[in-house]
Design a protein around this ligand. Structure first.
Ligand SMILES: NC(=O)c1ccc[n+]([C@@H]2O[C@H](COP(=O)([O-])OP(=O)(O)OC[C@H]3O[C@@H](n4cnc5c(N)ncnc54)[C@H](OP(=O)(O)O)[C@@H]3O)[C@@H](O)[C@H]2O)c1
Length: 364
Protein backbone atom coordinates (compact mmCIF):
# COMPACT_ATOMS: atom_id res chain seq x y z
CA UNK A 1 0.00 0.00 0.00
CA UNK A 2 1.35 3.42 -0.93
CA UNK A 3 1.91 5.58 2.09
CA UNK A 4 3.15 8.89 0.86
CA UNK A 5 4.41 11.10 -1.89
CA UNK A 6 7.11 13.59 -2.73
CA UNK A 7 7.59 16.47 -5.14
CA UNK A 8 10.45 16.20 -7.59
CA UNK A 9 11.55 18.87 -10.02
CA UNK A 10 12.82 18.39 -13.55
CA UNK A 11 16.54 19.18 -13.48
CA UNK A 12 16.36 20.58 -17.00
CA UNK A 13 13.25 22.71 -16.33
CA UNK A 14 13.07 23.93 -12.74
CA UNK A 15 9.53 25.24 -13.32
CA UNK A 16 8.30 21.68 -13.80
CA UNK A 17 7.46 19.74 -10.66
CA UNK A 18 5.74 16.37 -10.46
CA UNK A 19 4.25 14.35 -7.64
CA UNK A 20 5.91 11.00 -7.09
CA UNK A 21 4.28 8.30 -4.94
CA UNK A 22 6.49 6.86 -2.18
CA UNK A 23 7.03 3.12 -2.18
CA UNK A 24 6.67 2.75 1.57
CA UNK A 25 4.24 0.51 3.33
CA UNK A 26 2.04 1.82 6.07
CA UNK A 27 2.11 0.01 9.38
CA UNK A 28 5.26 -1.98 8.79
CA UNK A 29 8.43 -1.55 10.82
CA UNK A 30 11.22 0.00 8.75
CA UNK A 31 14.24 -2.19 8.06
CA UNK A 32 16.44 -2.80 11.11
CA UNK A 33 18.71 0.18 11.71
CA UNK A 34 16.53 2.66 9.87
CA UNK A 35 13.69 5.00 10.83
CA UNK A 36 10.77 6.55 9.01
CA UNK A 37 10.36 10.31 9.46
CA UNK A 38 6.91 11.81 8.88
CA UNK A 39 7.57 15.27 7.47
CA UNK A 40 5.31 17.87 9.05
CA UNK A 41 6.44 21.04 7.26
CA UNK A 42 9.22 22.56 5.15
CA UNK A 43 10.27 26.04 4.11
CA UNK A 44 9.61 27.56 0.69
CA UNK A 45 11.59 30.68 -0.08
CA UNK A 46 14.02 32.16 -2.57
CA UNK A 47 16.65 30.02 -0.86
CA UNK A 48 14.72 26.94 -2.10
CA UNK A 49 14.86 28.39 -5.60
CA UNK A 50 18.58 29.21 -5.39
CA UNK A 51 19.32 25.76 -3.93
CA UNK A 52 17.69 24.13 -6.98
CA UNK A 53 19.38 26.51 -9.43
CA UNK A 54 22.83 25.75 -8.04
CA UNK A 55 22.27 22.05 -7.26
CA UNK A 56 24.21 20.73 -10.27
CA UNK A 57 27.35 22.45 -9.00
CA UNK A 58 26.81 22.10 -5.24
CA UNK A 59 25.78 18.44 -5.35
CA UNK A 60 22.46 19.17 -3.61
CA UNK A 61 20.60 16.62 -5.76
CA UNK A 62 22.62 13.89 -4.05
CA UNK A 63 20.94 14.31 -0.66
CA UNK A 64 17.67 12.64 -1.60
CA UNK A 65 17.79 10.35 -4.66
CA UNK A 66 15.14 10.80 -7.38
CA UNK A 67 14.40 9.20 -10.76
CA UNK A 68 16.72 10.08 -13.66
CA UNK A 69 16.33 13.67 -14.83
CA UNK A 70 14.55 14.73 -11.62
CA UNK A 71 15.70 15.96 -8.23
CA UNK A 72 14.41 16.52 -4.72
CA UNK A 73 15.16 20.06 -3.57
CA UNK A 74 16.55 19.86 -0.02
CA UNK A 75 14.72 22.31 2.21
CA UNK A 76 14.77 22.96 5.94
CA UNK A 77 11.86 21.44 7.81
CA UNK A 78 10.36 19.70 10.75
CA UNK A 79 9.55 16.00 11.06
CA UNK A 80 8.61 13.34 13.58
CA UNK A 81 10.05 9.86 14.02
CA UNK A 82 6.95 7.94 12.89
CA UNK A 83 8.41 4.43 13.05
CA UNK A 84 11.77 3.33 14.31
CA UNK A 85 13.74 0.22 13.47
CA UNK A 86 16.66 1.55 15.49
CA UNK A 87 16.91 0.59 19.17
CA UNK A 88 18.37 3.99 20.17
CA UNK A 89 15.85 6.20 18.40
CA UNK A 90 12.44 6.51 20.02
CA UNK A 91 9.27 6.96 18.02
CA UNK A 92 7.50 10.31 18.39
CA UNK A 93 10.63 12.47 18.67
CA UNK A 94 10.33 15.75 16.80
CA UNK A 95 13.34 16.84 14.74
CA UNK A 96 14.49 19.65 12.44
CA UNK A 97 16.90 19.38 9.55
CA UNK A 98 17.15 19.22 5.76
CA UNK A 99 14.34 17.26 4.17
CA UNK A 100 12.86 16.66 0.74
CA UNK A 101 9.45 18.13 -0.10
CA UNK A 102 7.74 14.89 0.82
CA UNK A 103 5.41 13.22 3.27
CA UNK A 104 8.14 10.90 4.58
CA UNK A 105 11.83 10.19 4.58
CA UNK A 106 13.52 6.89 5.40
CA UNK A 107 16.78 7.55 7.26
CA UNK A 108 19.60 5.41 8.64
CA UNK A 109 20.30 7.03 12.02
CA UNK A 110 23.88 7.06 13.18
CA UNK A 111 25.97 9.20 15.56
CA UNK A 112 22.91 9.34 17.83
CA UNK A 113 23.48 11.51 20.90
CA UNK A 114 21.20 13.42 23.28
CA UNK A 115 21.01 16.33 20.79
CA UNK A 116 20.20 14.46 17.56
CA UNK A 117 21.40 12.04 14.93
CA UNK A 118 22.89 11.96 11.44
CA UNK A 119 21.52 10.13 8.44
CA UNK A 120 24.11 7.54 7.51
CA UNK A 121 22.40 6.47 4.29
CA UNK A 122 25.10 5.75 1.65
CA UNK A 123 23.96 8.57 -0.68
CA UNK A 124 24.46 11.13 2.11
CA UNK A 125 28.06 10.18 2.85
CA UNK A 126 30.36 13.13 2.34
CA UNK A 127 27.60 15.71 3.01
CA UNK A 128 28.41 18.62 5.30
CA UNK A 129 27.27 17.85 8.85
CA UNK A 130 24.69 20.64 8.68
CA UNK A 131 22.99 18.84 5.78
CA UNK A 132 22.68 15.34 7.18
CA UNK A 133 22.12 16.11 10.88
CA UNK A 134 18.69 16.07 12.56
CA UNK A 135 18.27 17.85 15.88
CA UNK A 136 15.76 16.91 18.57
CA UNK A 137 13.47 19.91 18.99
CA UNK A 138 12.75 19.21 22.65
CA UNK A 139 16.37 19.91 23.68
CA UNK A 140 17.74 22.08 20.89
CA UNK A 141 18.13 25.61 22.32
CA UNK A 142 17.06 27.35 19.10
CA UNK A 143 13.91 25.22 18.89
CA UNK A 144 13.21 25.73 22.57
CA UNK A 145 13.48 29.50 21.97
CA UNK A 146 11.01 29.26 19.05
CA UNK A 147 7.47 29.48 20.31
CA UNK A 148 6.16 29.11 16.79
CA UNK A 149 7.66 26.09 14.96
CA UNK A 150 6.50 27.60 11.64
CA UNK A 151 8.75 30.62 12.17
CA UNK A 152 11.64 28.33 13.01
CA UNK A 153 11.15 26.35 9.79
CA UNK A 154 10.85 29.50 7.69
CA UNK A 155 13.68 31.51 9.22
CA UNK A 156 16.31 29.37 10.91
CA UNK A 157 18.68 28.59 7.98
CA UNK A 158 18.48 32.22 6.85
CA UNK A 159 19.21 33.54 10.34
CA UNK A 160 22.07 31.05 10.72
CA UNK A 161 23.50 32.37 7.47
CA UNK A 162 22.98 35.96 8.65
CA UNK A 163 24.82 35.17 11.90
CA UNK A 164 27.80 33.80 9.94
CA UNK A 165 27.76 36.74 7.53
CA UNK A 166 27.98 39.22 10.39
CA UNK A 167 30.75 37.13 12.02
CA UNK A 168 32.59 37.25 8.68
CA UNK A 169 32.06 41.01 8.29
CA UNK A 170 33.15 41.69 11.86
CA UNK A 171 36.37 39.71 11.36
CA UNK A 172 37.86 42.22 8.89
CA UNK A 173 37.71 46.02 8.51
CA UNK A 174 34.37 46.48 10.28
CA UNK A 175 35.87 49.14 12.56
CA UNK A 176 36.81 51.20 9.47
CA UNK A 177 33.35 51.46 7.91
CA UNK A 178 30.64 54.01 8.49
CA UNK A 179 27.97 52.06 6.60
CA UNK A 180 27.01 48.62 5.40
CA UNK A 181 24.84 48.52 2.29
CA UNK A 182 22.68 45.42 1.85
CA UNK A 183 21.11 44.58 -1.52
CA UNK A 184 17.92 42.53 -1.87
CA UNK A 185 17.32 44.08 1.51
CA UNK A 186 13.83 42.60 1.71
CA UNK A 187 15.00 38.98 1.78
CA UNK A 188 14.84 37.37 5.19
CA UNK A 189 18.57 36.60 5.30
CA UNK A 190 19.25 40.31 4.69
CA UNK A 191 16.81 41.30 7.44
CA UNK A 192 18.74 39.02 9.79
CA UNK A 193 22.03 40.66 8.78
CA UNK A 194 20.58 44.15 9.31
CA UNK A 195 19.23 43.18 12.72
CA UNK A 196 22.57 41.71 13.82
CA UNK A 197 24.59 44.67 12.52
CA UNK A 198 22.35 47.02 14.46
CA UNK A 199 23.11 45.07 17.65
CA UNK A 200 26.92 45.40 17.39
CA UNK A 201 28.71 47.48 20.05
CA UNK A 202 29.58 50.11 17.46
CA UNK A 203 26.93 49.61 14.81
CA UNK A 204 27.51 50.99 11.32
CA UNK A 205 24.64 52.71 9.49
CA UNK A 206 22.75 49.87 7.81
CA UNK A 207 21.26 50.83 4.47
CA UNK A 208 19.00 48.49 2.54
CA UNK A 209 18.50 48.60 -1.21
CA UNK A 210 15.47 46.86 -2.66
CA UNK A 211 12.82 46.92 -5.39
CA UNK A 212 10.49 49.96 -5.51
CA UNK A 213 7.47 48.01 -4.32
CA UNK A 214 9.43 46.44 -1.44
CA UNK A 215 10.70 49.70 0.06
CA UNK A 216 7.71 50.31 2.36
CA UNK A 217 7.56 46.80 3.85
CA UNK A 218 11.32 46.61 4.23
CA UNK A 219 11.36 49.97 6.00
CA UNK A 220 8.55 48.89 8.30
CA UNK A 221 10.66 45.96 9.55
CA UNK A 222 12.67 48.56 11.48
CA UNK A 223 15.88 46.59 10.82
CA UNK A 224 17.50 49.26 8.60
CA UNK A 225 18.53 52.84 9.28
CA UNK A 226 17.47 53.68 5.75
CA UNK A 227 15.94 51.82 2.79
CA UNK A 228 16.36 52.89 -0.85
CA UNK A 229 15.10 51.65 -4.17
CA UNK A 230 17.58 50.23 -6.70
CA UNK A 231 16.89 53.37 -8.77
CA UNK A 232 18.23 55.60 -5.97
CA UNK A 233 21.65 54.02 -5.49
CA UNK A 234 23.20 57.36 -6.54
CA UNK A 235 21.91 58.85 -3.28
CA UNK A 236 23.90 56.44 -1.07
CA UNK A 237 26.22 58.39 1.22
CA UNK A 238 29.82 58.16 0.00
CA UNK A 239 32.17 57.12 2.82
CA UNK A 240 33.91 53.95 4.00
CA UNK A 241 31.41 51.22 3.22
CA UNK A 242 30.95 47.47 2.94
CA UNK A 243 28.38 45.92 0.63
CA UNK A 244 26.61 42.63 1.17
CA UNK A 245 25.01 41.55 -2.08
CA UNK A 246 22.13 39.10 -1.93
CA UNK A 247 20.80 40.01 -5.38
CA UNK A 248 23.66 38.54 -7.45
CA UNK A 249 22.55 41.16 -9.98
CA UNK A 250 25.47 42.54 -12.00
CA UNK A 251 23.61 45.75 -12.81
CA UNK A 252 23.06 46.47 -9.10
CA UNK A 253 26.72 45.71 -8.33
CA UNK A 254 27.77 47.96 -11.20
CA UNK A 255 25.74 50.91 -9.87
CA UNK A 256 26.86 50.46 -6.25
CA UNK A 257 30.58 50.05 -7.11
CA UNK A 258 30.62 52.98 -9.54
CA UNK A 259 28.86 55.24 -7.06
CA UNK A 260 31.03 54.34 -4.04
CA UNK A 261 34.31 53.83 -5.90
CA UNK A 262 37.36 53.66 -3.66
CA UNK A 263 35.31 54.20 -0.50
CA UNK A 264 33.98 50.65 -0.95
CA UNK A 265 36.23 48.65 1.40
CA UNK A 266 34.65 45.21 1.05
CA UNK A 267 32.09 43.79 -1.36
CA UNK A 268 30.67 40.41 -0.38
CA UNK A 269 28.45 38.30 -2.60
CA UNK A 270 26.13 35.95 -0.73
CA UNK A 271 23.02 35.29 -2.76
CA UNK A 272 21.50 35.32 -6.21
CA UNK A 273 17.92 36.36 -5.63
CA UNK A 274 17.57 38.23 -8.96
CA UNK A 275 17.65 35.04 -10.94
CA UNK A 276 16.35 36.66 -14.14
CA UNK A 277 18.88 39.51 -14.14
CA UNK A 278 20.77 39.99 -17.39
CA UNK A 279 24.46 39.06 -17.12
CA UNK A 280 26.81 42.04 -16.56
CA UNK A 281 30.60 41.84 -16.44
CA UNK A 282 31.56 42.59 -12.82
CA UNK A 283 35.21 41.57 -13.08
CA UNK A 284 36.70 45.09 -13.16
CA UNK A 285 34.45 47.31 -11.06
CA UNK A 286 35.82 50.28 -9.08
CA UNK A 287 36.33 49.77 -5.33
CA UNK A 288 37.02 46.51 -3.49
CA UNK A 289 36.97 43.29 -5.51
CA UNK A 290 33.89 41.17 -5.09
CA UNK A 291 34.45 38.28 -2.63
CA UNK A 292 32.26 35.20 -2.62
CA UNK A 293 31.00 34.55 0.91
CA UNK A 294 32.14 31.11 2.02
CA UNK A 295 30.05 30.10 5.02
CA UNK A 296 32.03 26.95 5.94
CA UNK A 297 35.30 28.93 6.10
CA UNK A 298 33.75 31.63 8.27
CA UNK A 299 32.22 28.99 10.56
CA UNK A 300 35.59 27.28 10.91
CA UNK A 301 37.33 30.58 11.66
CA UNK A 302 34.68 31.43 14.25
CA UNK A 303 35.15 28.03 15.92
CA UNK A 304 38.89 28.59 16.10
CA UNK A 305 38.32 31.84 18.00
CA UNK A 306 35.26 31.03 20.14
CA UNK A 307 34.19 27.76 21.75
CA UNK A 308 31.08 25.96 20.55
CA UNK A 309 29.09 26.53 23.74
CA UNK A 310 29.65 30.30 23.56
CA UNK A 311 28.72 30.36 19.86
CA UNK A 312 25.53 28.46 20.56
CA UNK A 313 24.60 30.77 23.44
CA UNK A 314 25.29 33.88 21.33
CA UNK A 315 23.27 32.45 18.43
CA UNK A 316 20.31 31.56 20.66
CA UNK A 317 20.29 35.06 22.20
CA UNK A 318 20.49 36.68 18.77
CA UNK A 319 17.72 34.42 17.45
CA UNK A 320 15.48 35.31 20.38
CA UNK A 321 16.04 39.03 19.83
CA UNK A 322 15.33 38.71 16.08
CA UNK A 323 12.05 36.89 16.77
CA UNK A 324 11.13 39.51 19.36
CA UNK A 325 11.92 42.43 17.09
CA UNK A 326 9.78 41.14 14.23
CA UNK A 327 7.04 39.61 16.37
CA UNK A 328 3.71 40.22 14.65
CA UNK A 329 5.39 41.67 11.54
CA UNK A 330 5.60 38.42 9.58
CA UNK A 331 2.61 37.02 7.73
CA UNK A 332 2.96 33.22 8.01
CA UNK A 333 1.21 31.24 5.26
CA UNK A 334 0.81 27.48 5.34
CA UNK A 335 0.35 25.72 2.01
CA UNK A 336 -0.90 22.16 2.22
CA UNK A 337 -0.97 19.54 -0.51
CA UNK A 338 1.00 19.14 -3.73
CA UNK A 339 -0.92 21.68 -5.83
CA UNK A 340 -0.63 24.44 -3.25
CA UNK A 341 3.06 23.68 -2.64
CA UNK A 342 3.86 23.74 -6.37
CA UNK A 343 1.99 27.04 -6.74
CA UNK A 344 3.95 28.57 -3.83
CA UNK A 345 7.24 27.26 -5.23
CA UNK A 346 6.46 28.89 -8.60
CA UNK A 347 5.61 32.15 -6.82
CA UNK A 348 8.99 31.99 -5.08
CA UNK A 349 10.63 31.48 -8.49
CA UNK A 350 8.84 34.53 -9.89
CA UNK A 351 9.72 36.63 -6.87
CA UNK A 352 6.06 37.40 -6.24
CA UNK A 353 5.91 36.36 -2.58
CA UNK A 354 5.22 39.30 -0.24
CA UNK A 355 8.12 40.60 1.84
CA UNK A 356 6.42 39.70 5.12
CA UNK A 357 5.05 36.37 3.96
CA UNK A 358 6.68 33.27 5.41
CA UNK A 359 5.58 30.28 3.39
CA UNK A 360 5.71 26.87 5.00
CA UNK A 361 4.60 23.84 2.98
CA UNK A 362 3.35 20.40 3.80
CA UNK A 363 2.32 17.35 1.76
CA UNK A 364 0.56 15.74 4.72
N1 LIG B 1 23.97 29.09 1.35
C1 LIG B 1 23.11 29.17 2.34
O1 LIG B 1 23.11 28.38 3.27
C2 LIG B 1 22.08 30.27 2.35
C3 LIG B 1 21.25 30.42 3.46
C4 LIG B 1 20.31 31.44 3.43
C5 LIG B 1 20.20 32.24 2.29
N2 LIG B 1 21.03 32.07 1.24
C6 LIG B 1 20.85 32.86 0.00
O2 LIG B 1 20.39 34.18 0.28
C7 LIG B 1 19.43 34.58 -0.71
C8 LIG B 1 18.14 35.02 -0.02
O3 LIG B 1 17.39 33.90 0.46
P1 LIG B 1 16.09 34.11 1.37
O4 LIG B 1 15.50 32.77 1.61
O5 LIG B 1 16.47 34.98 2.51
O6 LIG B 1 15.16 34.94 0.38
P2 LIG B 1 13.64 35.47 0.53
O7 LIG B 1 13.38 35.96 1.88
O8 LIG B 1 12.72 34.47 -0.05
O9 LIG B 1 13.81 36.71 -0.49
C9 LIG B 1 12.80 37.33 -1.18
C10 LIG B 1 13.38 38.53 -1.89
O10 LIG B 1 14.34 38.15 -2.89
C11 LIG B 1 14.21 38.97 -4.06
N3 LIG B 1 13.71 38.10 -5.14
C12 LIG B 1 13.32 36.83 -5.01
N4 LIG B 1 12.99 36.29 -6.21
C13 LIG B 1 13.19 37.24 -7.11
C14 LIG B 1 13.04 37.28 -8.53
N5 LIG B 1 12.65 36.21 -9.25
N6 LIG B 1 13.30 38.46 -9.15
C15 LIG B 1 13.73 39.53 -8.45
N7 LIG B 1 13.91 39.53 -7.08
C16 LIG B 1 13.64 38.39 -6.44
C17 LIG B 1 13.27 40.08 -3.67
O11 LIG B 1 14.10 41.03 -2.97
P3 LIG B 1 14.44 42.54 -3.44
O12 LIG B 1 13.23 43.09 -4.07
O13 LIG B 1 14.79 43.20 -2.13
O14 LIG B 1 15.65 42.44 -4.35
C18 LIG B 1 12.36 39.35 -2.67
O15 LIG B 1 11.67 40.21 -1.79
C19 LIG B 1 19.23 33.39 -1.65
O16 LIG B 1 20.01 33.55 -2.81
C20 LIG B 1 19.70 32.23 -0.81
O17 LIG B 1 20.13 31.11 -1.53
C21 LIG B 1 21.95 31.09 1.23
Amino acid sequence: MTLGSSLVVSRSDLDHMVVRPSVLTDGSTPPTGSALLAIESFALSTHTVTTAASADSTGAWRHFPAPDGFGHIPTFGRARVARSGHPDLAEGLEVTGYLPMATHLLVTPERIDPRGFSDGAPHRRGSAAVHDRYLFRAVDPTSVASEDPGLEVALRPQFTMAFLIVAGLSARRMDEVAAVVVTSASCRTALGVAHLLGALDRPPAVIGVTRDDHVADTTSSGCYDRVLSYRDVASLPVGPTMVVDFSGDGAVAHDVHHHLGDSLLRSIVVGATHRNAAPVDTSALPGASRELFLAPEVAEDLRRRVDDTAIEAAFTDAWRSFLRRLHGWWEPREVVGPDAVVEAYLQAREGSVGVRELVVGSLR
